[in-house]
Design a protein around this ligand. Structure first.
Ligand SMILES: [Zn+2]
Length: 172
């Protein structure tokens, strides 16, 4: 599979012609002029697993233009550069589901390959709504938000969400 940077011709810093030097078994775009080396790394995503007193989970429906548009997922998104992963998870709950949450333990860590050219690593946190009576409101990238029985989820955008829901519905 092509790696990001395979087709780069000149250094983005100094415009010297790039070489592709093997480091750690992988060819990396490397600049003989300024020493720049590009390492293709997966992105990091953070998700919130918010449950109500009855064990239902809060899912959001993904909006147009996104991967899996029209399908559902846990509130989630990319961790920004310099942002704490837990802060990112709480931010996504606020932005996509309109709820303030307190984060608990990590319930899943997994690699995501649903977009082969854009691999990511996801961290799913258990989360509890600060106000248990609050009504979630879809926002940002989400077009709807609703509670679901983990054993009967709607069509899902991500295989890793499906795996986690299967575990939750089995009580594990
Ligand atoms: Zn350079």
């Amino acid at each position: 599979m092509p790696l990001p940077g395979d087709d780069w011709v000149v250094c983005p810093r100094c415009r010297t012609a790039l070489e592709h030097t093997v480091r750690g078994g992988v060819p990396r775009p490397t600049c003989p002029g300024c020493g720049f080396v590009f390492f293709a790394n997966p992105g990091v995503g953070a998700a919130c697993v918010i449950r109500d007193g009855g064990g239902r989970v809060l899912l959001v429906q993904r909006g147009p233009g996104q991967f899996g548009a029209g399908r559902w997922c846990f509130p989630c998104g990319f961790v920004e550069w310099g942002e704490d992963v837990r802060a990112a998870a709480a931010r996504e709950a606020r932005e996509e589901a309109g709820v303030e949450v307190v984060l608990g333990e990590v319930v899943q860590v997994a690699s995501n390959f649903h977009e082969p050219g854009k691999p990511t690593i996801g961290v799913w946190f258990a989360a509890t709504m600060v106000d248990l009576a609050a009504a979630p409101i879809a926002g940002d990238d989400a077009v709807a938000v609703a509670w679901f029985d983990p054993a009967a989820p709607p069509p899902l955008a991500f295989p890793t969400d499906a795996a986690l829901l299967a575990r939750l519905s089995a009580g594990r």
